[in-house]
Design a protein around this ligand. Structure first.
Ligand code: HEM
Ligand code: PLO
Length: 470
Protein backbone atom coordinates (compact mmCIF):
# COMPACT_ATOMS: atom_id res chain seq x y z
CA UNK A 1 0.00 0.00 0.00
CA UNK A 2 1.16 3.50 -0.76
CA UNK A 3 0.09 6.77 0.61
CA UNK A 4 1.04 9.95 -1.04
CA UNK A 5 2.17 13.00 0.89
CA UNK A 6 3.51 16.13 -0.68
CA UNK A 7 3.17 14.52 -4.08
CA UNK A 8 5.89 11.94 -3.44
CA UNK A 9 5.00 8.33 -2.97
CA UNK A 10 6.16 6.60 0.15
CA UNK A 11 5.32 3.13 1.49
CA UNK A 12 2.84 3.57 4.30
CA UNK A 13 1.03 1.31 6.75
CA UNK A 14 -2.74 1.16 6.23
CA UNK A 15 -4.77 3.45 8.45
CA UNK A 16 -8.30 3.91 9.71
CA UNK A 17 -9.85 7.09 11.09
CA UNK A 18 -8.91 8.05 14.68
CA UNK A 19 -6.74 5.00 15.39
CA UNK A 20 -4.49 5.62 12.42
CA UNK A 21 -2.27 2.58 11.80
CA UNK A 22 -2.44 1.30 15.37
CA UNK A 23 -4.36 -1.83 14.35
CA UNK A 24 -1.32 -2.83 12.30
CA UNK A 25 1.01 -2.21 15.16
CA UNK A 26 -0.64 -4.66 17.54
CA UNK A 27 2.02 -7.23 18.16
CA UNK A 28 3.67 -9.19 20.89
CA UNK A 29 7.02 -7.92 19.63
CA UNK A 30 8.67 -4.90 21.27
CA UNK A 31 8.68 -1.81 19.00
CA UNK A 32 12.27 -2.06 17.72
CA UNK A 33 11.73 -5.65 16.55
CA UNK A 34 8.29 -4.92 15.15
CA UNK A 35 9.67 -1.96 13.18
CA UNK A 36 12.57 -4.07 11.93
CA UNK A 37 10.10 -6.70 10.76
CA UNK A 38 7.89 -4.08 9.10
CA UNK A 39 10.95 -2.58 7.38
CA UNK A 40 11.43 -5.98 5.75
CA UNK A 41 7.95 -5.61 4.21
CA UNK A 42 7.66 -1.87 3.63
CA UNK A 43 11.29 -0.87 3.17
CA UNK A 44 13.89 1.13 5.14
CA UNK A 45 11.69 4.23 5.14
CA UNK A 46 7.97 3.85 5.69
CA UNK A 47 5.20 6.00 7.07
CA UNK A 48 2.43 5.24 9.54
CA UNK A 49 -0.08 7.05 11.69
CA UNK A 50 0.40 6.77 15.44
CA UNK A 51 -3.16 7.84 16.14
CA UNK A 52 -3.38 11.23 14.48
CA UNK A 53 0.39 11.70 14.13
CA UNK A 54 2.09 11.05 10.83
CA UNK A 55 5.29 9.18 11.70
CA UNK A 56 8.25 7.98 9.64
CA UNK A 57 10.25 4.92 10.64
CA UNK A 58 13.86 4.94 9.45
CA UNK A 59 15.87 1.71 9.42
CA UNK A 60 18.83 2.22 7.12
CA UNK A 61 22.18 3.80 7.96
CA UNK A 62 22.34 6.33 5.10
CA UNK A 63 18.85 7.62 5.90
CA UNK A 64 19.64 7.74 9.62
CA UNK A 65 22.69 9.89 8.90
CA UNK A 66 20.48 12.16 6.83
CA UNK A 67 18.03 12.58 9.76
CA UNK A 68 20.62 13.01 12.51
CA UNK A 69 23.53 14.71 10.71
CA UNK A 70 22.94 16.13 7.21
CA UNK A 71 19.50 17.48 8.13
CA UNK A 72 20.10 17.30 11.86
CA UNK A 73 18.74 20.76 12.57
CA UNK A 74 15.58 20.27 10.55
CA UNK A 75 14.83 17.06 12.44
CA UNK A 76 15.88 18.26 15.92
CA UNK A 77 12.34 18.83 17.25
CA UNK A 78 10.61 16.67 19.87
CA UNK A 79 6.92 15.77 20.07
CA UNK A 80 4.74 17.03 22.88
CA UNK A 81 3.66 14.18 25.13
CA UNK A 82 1.55 14.06 28.27
CA UNK A 83 3.92 11.90 30.29
CA UNK A 84 7.13 13.71 29.43
CA UNK A 85 5.42 17.07 29.98
CA UNK A 86 4.61 15.90 33.50
CA UNK A 87 8.18 14.71 33.96
CA UNK A 88 9.78 17.94 32.78
CA UNK A 89 7.31 20.73 33.68
CA UNK A 90 6.32 21.06 30.06
CA UNK A 91 9.77 20.70 28.52
CA UNK A 92 12.11 22.59 30.85
CA UNK A 93 14.69 19.84 30.38
CA UNK A 94 17.01 18.89 27.49
CA UNK A 95 15.91 15.50 26.21
CA UNK A 96 12.15 16.06 25.85
CA UNK A 97 12.15 19.79 25.15
CA UNK A 98 11.36 20.96 21.64
CA UNK A 99 14.04 22.82 19.68
CA UNK A 100 14.10 26.56 20.48
CA UNK A 101 16.67 29.31 21.10
CA UNK A 102 16.17 28.78 24.84
CA UNK A 103 16.72 25.03 24.48
CA UNK A 104 19.95 25.73 22.56
CA UNK A 105 21.26 27.99 25.34
CA UNK A 106 20.24 25.43 27.91
CA UNK A 107 21.89 22.52 26.12
CA UNK A 108 25.06 24.55 25.60
CA UNK A 109 25.21 25.36 29.32
CA UNK A 110 24.64 21.73 30.30
CA UNK A 111 27.30 20.64 27.87
CA UNK A 112 29.91 23.06 29.20
CA UNK A 113 29.02 22.22 32.81
CA UNK A 114 29.51 18.54 32.03
CA UNK A 115 32.83 19.30 30.40
CA UNK A 116 33.94 21.20 33.50
CA UNK A 117 33.70 17.99 35.51
CA UNK A 118 34.24 15.57 32.69
CA UNK A 119 37.09 14.02 30.80
CA UNK A 120 39.51 16.92 31.18
CA UNK A 121 39.20 17.22 34.95
CA UNK A 122 40.35 14.71 37.51
CA UNK A 123 37.23 15.34 39.57
CA UNK A 124 34.96 12.93 37.74
CA UNK A 125 37.60 10.25 37.65
CA UNK A 126 38.06 10.57 41.42
CA UNK A 127 34.32 10.24 41.98
CA UNK A 128 33.98 7.17 39.76
CA UNK A 129 37.11 5.51 41.15
CA UNK A 130 35.78 5.85 44.69
CA UNK A 131 32.40 4.48 43.66
CA UNK A 132 34.09 1.55 41.87
CA UNK A 133 36.17 0.90 44.97
CA UNK A 134 33.23 0.76 47.32
CA UNK A 135 31.33 -1.38 44.82
CA UNK A 136 34.21 -3.89 44.88
CA UNK A 137 34.34 -3.78 48.68
CA UNK A 138 30.64 -4.47 48.88
CA UNK A 139 31.00 -7.43 46.52
CA UNK A 140 33.98 -8.78 48.50
CA UNK A 141 31.80 -8.95 51.59
CA UNK A 142 29.19 -11.18 49.94
CA UNK A 143 31.91 -13.54 48.72
CA UNK A 144 30.86 -16.35 46.51
CA UNK A 145 27.14 -15.86 46.99
CA UNK A 146 24.82 -15.52 44.05
CA UNK A 147 22.77 -12.41 43.76
CA UNK A 148 20.94 -10.05 41.50
CA UNK A 149 23.49 -7.30 40.91
CA UNK A 150 20.95 -4.74 39.80
CA UNK A 151 20.48 -2.98 43.20
CA UNK A 152 24.22 -2.72 43.97
CA UNK A 153 25.06 -1.43 40.51
CA UNK A 154 22.16 0.97 40.59
CA UNK A 155 23.37 2.30 43.93
CA UNK A 156 26.93 2.70 42.67
CA UNK A 157 25.91 4.74 39.62
CA UNK A 158 23.35 6.75 41.61
CA UNK A 159 26.13 7.68 43.99
CA UNK A 160 28.30 8.89 41.11
CA UNK A 161 25.52 11.17 39.85
CA UNK A 162 24.74 12.40 43.37
CA UNK A 163 28.32 13.48 43.90
CA UNK A 164 28.64 14.96 40.43
CA UNK A 165 25.37 16.90 40.61
CA UNK A 166 25.23 18.02 44.22
CA UNK A 167 28.32 16.70 46.05
CA UNK A 168 26.44 14.27 48.31
CA UNK A 169 27.76 10.80 48.83
CA UNK A 170 25.78 8.09 50.53
CA UNK A 171 26.31 4.96 52.57
CA UNK A 172 24.48 1.94 51.14
CA UNK A 173 21.34 2.36 53.26
CA UNK A 174 21.07 6.10 53.48
CA UNK A 175 17.34 6.99 53.49
CA UNK A 176 17.84 9.82 51.01
CA UNK A 177 19.58 7.50 48.55
CA UNK A 178 16.78 4.96 48.92
CA UNK A 179 14.26 7.72 48.29
CA UNK A 180 16.04 8.71 45.06
CA UNK A 181 16.14 5.10 43.88
CA UNK A 182 12.51 4.60 44.82
CA UNK A 183 11.04 7.55 42.93
CA UNK A 184 13.26 6.83 39.96
CA UNK A 185 11.94 3.30 39.85
CA UNK A 186 8.37 4.61 40.03
CA UNK A 187 8.98 6.92 37.08
CA UNK A 188 10.62 4.20 35.00
CA UNK A 189 7.69 1.87 35.62
CA UNK A 190 4.97 4.35 34.75
CA UNK A 191 6.38 6.53 32.03
CA UNK A 192 6.72 3.94 29.29
CA UNK A 193 3.24 2.62 29.91
CA UNK A 194 1.83 6.04 29.21
CA UNK A 195 2.19 5.10 25.54
CA UNK A 196 -1.46 5.36 24.59
CA UNK A 197 -2.00 8.46 26.65
CA UNK A 198 0.66 10.14 24.61
CA UNK A 199 -0.91 9.28 21.32
CA UNK A 200 -4.36 10.42 22.39
CA UNK A 201 -3.98 13.35 24.77
CA UNK A 202 -7.71 13.33 25.43
CA UNK A 203 -7.38 10.01 27.31
CA UNK A 204 -5.94 12.15 30.08
CA UNK A 205 -9.44 12.95 31.27
CA UNK A 206 -10.01 9.32 32.26
CA UNK A 207 -8.66 8.18 35.62
CA UNK A 208 -5.26 6.66 35.14
CA UNK A 209 -3.42 4.93 37.95
CA UNK A 210 -0.04 5.20 36.25
CA UNK A 211 -0.35 8.92 35.68
CA UNK A 212 -1.21 9.38 39.34
CA UNK A 213 1.83 7.42 40.45
CA UNK A 214 4.02 9.29 37.98
CA UNK A 215 2.80 12.60 39.42
CA UNK A 216 3.53 11.42 42.96
CA UNK A 217 7.08 10.33 42.11
CA UNK A 218 7.78 13.56 40.24
CA UNK A 219 6.59 15.56 43.22
CA UNK A 220 8.85 13.65 45.65
CA UNK A 221 11.74 14.19 43.22
CA UNK A 222 11.11 17.92 42.86
CA UNK A 223 10.85 18.42 46.62
CA UNK A 224 14.18 16.71 47.20
CA UNK A 225 15.95 18.56 44.41
CA UNK A 226 14.44 21.91 45.37
CA UNK A 227 15.95 21.49 48.84
CA UNK A 228 19.38 20.76 47.32
CA UNK A 229 19.04 23.78 45.05
CA UNK A 230 18.24 26.12 47.96
CA UNK A 231 21.19 24.79 49.97
CA UNK A 232 23.46 25.35 46.99
CA UNK A 233 22.24 28.87 46.38
CA UNK A 234 22.97 29.81 49.99
CA UNK A 235 26.54 28.54 49.87
CA UNK A 236 27.57 29.30 46.30
CA UNK A 237 30.88 31.00 45.47
CA UNK A 238 30.53 32.35 41.90
CA UNK A 239 34.09 31.67 40.71
CA UNK A 240 34.27 28.18 42.20
CA UNK A 241 31.59 25.73 41.15
CA UNK A 242 31.72 22.70 43.46
CA UNK A 243 29.51 20.52 41.31
CA UNK A 244 27.13 20.47 38.36
CA UNK A 245 24.36 22.24 40.27
CA UNK A 246 26.71 25.14 41.08
CA UNK A 247 27.86 25.33 37.47
CA UNK A 248 24.27 25.42 36.23
CA UNK A 249 23.26 28.05 38.80
CA UNK A 250 26.20 30.24 37.85
CA UNK A 251 25.30 29.85 34.17
CA UNK A 252 21.69 30.69 34.92
CA UNK A 253 22.60 33.84 36.83
CA UNK A 254 24.84 34.99 33.98
CA UNK A 255 21.84 35.07 31.63
CA UNK A 256 21.34 38.18 29.52
CA UNK A 257 17.96 38.92 31.06
CA UNK A 258 16.18 38.11 27.81
CA UNK A 259 13.37 35.67 27.16
CA UNK A 260 15.75 32.95 25.99
CA UNK A 261 17.36 32.66 29.42
CA UNK A 262 16.85 29.52 31.43
CA UNK A 263 15.10 29.77 34.79
CA UNK A 264 15.70 28.09 38.12
CA UNK A 265 13.12 25.48 37.12
CA UNK A 266 15.28 24.61 34.12
CA UNK A 267 18.21 24.05 36.46
CA UNK A 268 16.04 21.79 38.58
CA UNK A 269 14.84 19.78 35.56
CA UNK A 270 18.42 19.41 34.33
CA UNK A 271 19.51 17.95 37.64
CA UNK A 272 16.53 15.59 37.58
CA UNK A 273 17.35 14.51 34.06
CA UNK A 274 21.02 13.92 34.83
CA UNK A 275 19.82 11.43 37.42
CA UNK A 276 17.27 9.76 35.22
CA UNK A 277 19.50 9.49 32.19
CA UNK A 278 22.70 8.86 34.10
CA UNK A 279 21.41 6.06 36.29
CA UNK A 280 19.13 4.03 34.04
CA UNK A 281 21.39 3.91 31.01
CA UNK A 282 24.67 3.18 32.77
CA UNK A 283 23.35 0.54 35.17
CA UNK A 284 21.50 -1.15 32.32
CA UNK A 285 24.63 -1.27 30.15
CA UNK A 286 26.59 -2.75 33.05
CA UNK A 287 23.92 -5.44 33.50
CA UNK A 288 24.01 -6.26 29.78
CA UNK A 289 27.81 -6.48 29.92
CA UNK A 290 27.76 -9.03 32.74
CA UNK A 291 24.93 -10.97 31.09
CA UNK A 292 26.97 -11.34 27.88
CA UNK A 293 30.12 -12.25 29.83
CA UNK A 294 28.18 -15.09 31.48
CA UNK A 295 27.24 -16.35 28.03
CA UNK A 296 30.82 -15.94 26.77
CA UNK A 297 33.26 -16.96 29.52
CA UNK A 298 36.13 -16.98 27.02
CA UNK A 299 35.56 -13.25 26.46
CA UNK A 300 35.68 -12.68 30.21
CA UNK A 301 38.97 -14.62 30.38
CA UNK A 302 40.45 -12.57 27.58
CA UNK A 303 39.50 -9.24 29.22
CA UNK A 304 41.04 -10.43 32.48
CA UNK A 305 44.20 -11.56 30.70
CA UNK A 306 44.47 -8.12 29.12
CA UNK A 307 43.99 -6.45 32.51
CA UNK A 308 46.59 -8.71 34.15
CA UNK A 309 49.10 -7.99 31.44
CA UNK A 310 48.54 -4.24 31.47
CA UNK A 311 48.13 -3.65 35.22
CA UNK A 312 48.72 -6.79 37.20
CA UNK A 313 46.37 -7.48 40.07
CA UNK A 314 47.25 -4.60 42.36
CA UNK A 315 47.39 -1.41 40.38
CA UNK A 316 43.84 -0.09 39.90
CA UNK A 317 42.87 0.84 36.34
CA UNK A 318 42.59 4.54 35.55
CA UNK A 319 41.47 6.46 32.48
CA UNK A 320 45.01 6.74 31.18
CA UNK A 321 45.01 2.94 30.73
CA UNK A 322 42.10 3.01 28.32
CA UNK A 323 44.22 3.03 25.18
CA UNK A 324 46.17 0.04 26.45
CA UNK A 325 43.04 -2.03 27.03
CA UNK A 326 41.58 -2.20 23.52
CA UNK A 327 39.82 -5.52 24.02
CA UNK A 328 37.91 -4.28 27.06
CA UNK A 329 36.90 -1.22 25.07
CA UNK A 330 35.78 -3.45 22.22
CA UNK A 331 33.65 -5.51 24.61
CA UNK A 332 31.87 -2.37 25.82
CA UNK A 333 31.24 -1.26 22.22
CA UNK A 334 29.92 -4.67 21.23
CA UNK A 335 27.52 -4.63 24.20
CA UNK A 336 26.19 -1.23 23.13
CA UNK A 337 25.87 -2.43 19.53
CA UNK A 338 24.06 -5.66 20.21
CA UNK A 339 21.80 -4.26 22.96
CA UNK A 340 21.49 -0.48 22.54
CA UNK A 341 19.79 0.82 25.69
CA UNK A 342 17.81 3.22 23.52
CA UNK A 343 16.93 1.11 20.45
CA UNK A 344 14.66 3.70 18.80
CA UNK A 345 16.18 6.83 20.39
CA UNK A 346 13.76 9.53 21.50
CA UNK A 347 11.28 10.52 18.75
CA UNK A 348 12.48 13.37 16.52
CA UNK A 349 10.17 15.86 14.80
CA UNK A 350 10.60 17.79 11.54
CA UNK A 351 10.61 21.45 12.51
CA UNK A 352 9.95 22.66 8.98
CA UNK A 353 9.00 21.20 5.63
CA UNK A 354 12.01 19.18 4.55
CA UNK A 355 12.89 15.93 2.82
CA UNK A 356 14.30 12.53 3.54
CA UNK A 357 15.59 10.01 1.05
CA UNK A 358 14.14 12.22 -1.70
CA UNK A 359 10.66 12.18 -0.16
CA UNK A 360 8.95 15.37 0.92
CA UNK A 361 8.49 15.51 4.67
CA UNK A 362 5.96 18.01 6.02
CA UNK A 363 6.64 20.07 9.13
CA UNK A 364 5.49 18.28 12.30
CA UNK A 365 6.23 14.76 11.01
CA UNK A 366 7.55 12.49 13.76
CA UNK A 367 10.62 10.41 12.99
CA UNK A 368 11.56 7.19 14.75
CA UNK A 369 15.19 6.18 14.20
CA UNK A 370 15.47 2.42 14.48
CA UNK A 371 19.02 2.14 15.82
CA UNK A 372 18.42 -1.51 16.57
CA UNK A 373 18.00 -2.17 12.85
CA UNK A 374 21.18 -0.20 12.05
CA UNK A 375 23.16 -2.18 14.63
CA UNK A 376 21.80 -5.49 13.32
CA UNK A 377 21.86 -4.78 9.59
CA UNK A 378 23.38 -7.88 7.92
CA UNK A 379 24.61 -5.66 5.06
CA UNK A 380 26.98 -3.92 7.47
CA UNK A 381 27.63 -6.44 10.19
CA UNK A 382 28.86 -9.96 9.73
CA UNK A 383 26.61 -12.28 11.79
CA UNK A 384 24.92 -9.34 13.51
CA UNK A 385 23.24 -11.45 16.19
CA UNK A 386 26.49 -12.90 17.47
CA UNK A 387 28.41 -11.28 20.31
CA UNK A 388 31.85 -10.77 18.78
CA UNK A 389 33.91 -7.95 20.35
CA UNK A 390 36.71 -8.55 17.79
CA UNK A 391 34.67 -6.69 15.22
CA UNK A 392 35.73 -3.51 17.03
CA UNK A 393 39.44 -4.29 16.62
CA UNK A 394 41.53 -3.80 13.51
CA UNK A 395 43.97 -6.39 12.21
CA UNK A 396 46.72 -5.17 14.55
CA UNK A 397 44.46 -5.45 17.59
CA UNK A 398 43.84 -1.71 17.94
CA UNK A 399 40.38 -0.30 18.58
CA UNK A 400 38.56 0.54 15.36
CA UNK A 401 35.29 2.40 15.09
CA UNK A 402 33.08 1.02 12.34
CA UNK A 403 30.64 3.37 10.64
CA UNK A 404 27.00 2.72 11.47
CA UNK A 405 27.69 2.31 15.18
CA UNK A 406 25.77 5.10 16.91
CA UNK A 407 24.65 4.02 20.40
CA UNK A 408 24.56 7.65 21.56
CA UNK A 409 22.85 9.02 18.47
CA UNK A 410 24.52 11.84 16.52
CA UNK A 411 24.09 15.47 15.51
CA UNK A 412 22.34 18.26 17.42
CA UNK A 413 20.50 15.77 19.66
CA UNK A 414 23.45 13.50 20.40
CA UNK A 415 23.61 12.27 24.00
CA UNK A 416 25.13 14.95 26.26
CA UNK A 417 26.31 12.29 28.72
CA UNK A 418 28.37 10.24 26.26
CA UNK A 419 31.80 10.95 27.72
CA UNK A 420 30.54 10.56 31.30
CA UNK A 421 28.93 7.26 30.36
CA UNK A 422 32.08 5.95 28.66
CA UNK A 423 34.22 6.91 31.66
CA UNK A 424 31.88 5.15 34.06
CA UNK A 425 31.56 2.02 31.95
CA UNK A 426 35.31 1.71 31.49
CA UNK A 427 36.21 2.26 35.14
CA UNK A 428 33.43 0.11 36.61
CA UNK A 429 33.93 -2.84 34.28
CA UNK A 430 37.74 -2.78 34.52
CA UNK A 431 37.63 -2.68 38.32
CA UNK A 432 35.03 -5.43 38.51
CA UNK A 433 36.92 -7.78 36.19
CA UNK A 434 40.29 -7.09 37.79
CA UNK A 435 38.93 -8.34 41.11
CA UNK A 436 36.14 -10.81 40.36
CA UNK A 437 35.03 -13.74 38.27
CA UNK A 438 31.41 -13.73 37.19
CA UNK A 439 29.70 -17.05 36.66
CA UNK A 440 26.28 -18.67 36.48
CA UNK A 441 25.20 -19.95 39.93
CA UNK A 442 24.95 -23.73 39.99
CA UNK A 443 21.43 -24.83 39.15
CA UNK A 444 20.55 -21.44 37.64
CA UNK A 445 20.14 -20.88 33.92
CA UNK A 446 21.99 -18.40 31.73
CA UNK A 447 20.47 -14.90 31.66
CA UNK A 448 17.81 -14.29 29.06
CA UNK A 449 19.27 -11.99 26.41
CA UNK A 450 16.02 -10.86 24.82
CA UNK A 451 15.45 -7.74 26.85
CA UNK A 452 12.41 -5.92 28.15
CA UNK A 453 11.48 -2.76 26.33
CA UNK A 454 10.63 0.24 28.51
CA UNK A 455 12.22 3.67 28.75
CA UNK A 456 15.39 1.72 28.16
CA UNK A 457 15.96 -1.82 26.86
CA UNK A 458 16.79 -3.82 29.99
CA UNK A 459 17.80 -7.43 30.51
CA UNK A 460 15.41 -9.66 32.45
CA UNK A 461 16.53 -10.00 36.05
CA UNK A 462 19.13 -12.68 36.59
CA UNK A 463 21.40 -13.93 39.34
CA UNK A 464 25.13 -14.21 39.12
CA UNK A 465 27.87 -15.68 41.29
CA UNK A 466 30.64 -13.24 42.07
CA UNK A 467 33.89 -14.82 43.27
CA UNK A 468 37.06 -12.94 44.16
CA UNK A 469 39.83 -13.91 41.71
CA UNK A 470 42.71 -15.96 42.96
C1 HEM B 1 20.07 11.44 24.77
C2 HEM B 1 22.19 7.10 24.71
C3 HEM B 1 24.09 7.93 29.09
C4 HEM B 1 22.04 12.31 29.12
C5 HEM B 1 20.45 10.19 24.42
C6 HEM B 1 20.02 9.52 23.22
C7 HEM B 1 20.63 8.31 23.20
C8 HEM B 1 21.44 8.21 24.38
C9 HEM B 1 20.51 7.26 22.11
C10 HEM B 1 18.97 10.05 22.22
C11 HEM B 1 19.54 10.67 20.99
C12 HEM B 1 18.44 11.12 20.06
O1 HEM B 1 17.26 11.21 20.44
O2 HEM B 1 18.73 11.36 18.88
C13 HEM B 1 22.88 6.95 25.90
C14 HEM B 1 23.62 5.76 26.26
C15 HEM B 1 24.14 5.99 27.51
C16 HEM B 1 23.74 7.32 27.91
C17 HEM B 1 23.77 4.52 25.39
C18 HEM B 1 25.00 5.11 28.39
C19 HEM B 1 25.46 3.94 28.09
C20 HEM B 1 23.75 9.21 29.45
C21 HEM B 1 24.21 9.88 30.64
C22 HEM B 1 23.62 11.11 30.64
C23 HEM B 1 22.81 11.21 29.46
C24 HEM B 1 25.18 9.29 31.66
C25 HEM B 1 23.73 12.24 31.62
C26 HEM B 1 24.12 12.19 32.82
C27 HEM B 1 21.32 12.44 27.95
C28 HEM B 1 20.51 13.61 27.61
C29 HEM B 1 19.96 13.36 26.35
C30 HEM B 1 20.43 12.05 25.95
C31 HEM B 1 20.29 14.86 28.46
C32 HEM B 1 19.06 14.27 25.53
C33 HEM B 1 19.83 15.02 24.45
C34 HEM B 1 18.94 15.89 23.59
O3 HEM B 1 17.77 15.54 23.37
O4 HEM B 1 19.40 16.95 23.13
N1 HEM B 1 21.32 9.38 25.10
N2 HEM B 1 22.97 7.85 26.91
N3 HEM B 1 22.92 10.04 28.75
N4 HEM B 1 21.26 11.53 26.92
FE1 HEM B 1 22.19 9.75 26.89
C1 PLO C 1 14.51 7.59 33.44
C2 PLO C 1 13.70 7.73 34.72
C3 PLO C 1 13.95 9.08 35.37
O1 PLO C 1 13.28 9.20 36.60
C4 PLO C 1 13.53 10.18 34.40
C5 PLO C 1 14.28 10.04 33.10
C6 PLO C 1 14.89 11.13 32.59
C7 PLO C 1 15.66 11.14 31.34
C8 PLO C 1 15.46 9.90 30.46
C9 PLO C 1 15.43 8.65 31.36
C10 PLO C 1 14.28 8.71 32.42
C11 PLO C 1 15.43 7.36 30.53
C12 PLO C 1 16.55 7.30 29.49
C13 PLO C 1 16.56 8.55 28.60
C14 PLO C 1 16.63 9.78 29.48
C15 PLO C 1 16.94 10.91 28.53
C16 PLO C 1 17.90 10.26 27.54
C17 PLO C 1 17.87 8.75 27.78
C18 PLO C 1 15.31 8.54 27.71
C19 PLO C 1 12.91 8.54 31.76
C20 PLO C 1 17.97 7.92 26.53
C21 PLO C 1 18.59 6.61 26.62
O2 PLO C 1 17.62 8.31 25.47
Amino acid sequence: LRSSRGGVSLPCLPRVPVLGSLLHLRSSLPPHLLFTQLAGRYGPLFGMYAGPHFTLVVSEAGLVREVLLQRGREFAGRPKMVTTDLLTQGGKDIAFADYSPLWKNHRRLVHSSFTLFGEGSSKLQTIVLEAADSLCEELQSCRGQSSDLSPVLMRAVTNVICRLVFSSSYQPNDPELLKVMDYNDGIVQTIARGGLVDIFPWLRIFPNKDLKKLKECVSVRDQLLRKKLQEHKMTLTPGEPRDLLDALLIGQMKGSGGEDDITEDHVLMTAAEAFGAGVETTSTTLLWTIAFLLHHPQVQDRVQAELDECLGRDRPPSLSDRSRLPFLDAVLCEVMRIRPVSPILIPHVAMQDTSLGGHMVPKGTRVLVNMWAIHHDPKHWDEPDRFRPERFLDSSGKRATPANFLPFGAGPRVCVGESLARIELFLFVSHLLQHFDFSVPSGASLPDLQGRFGVVLQPQRYTVRVTPRR
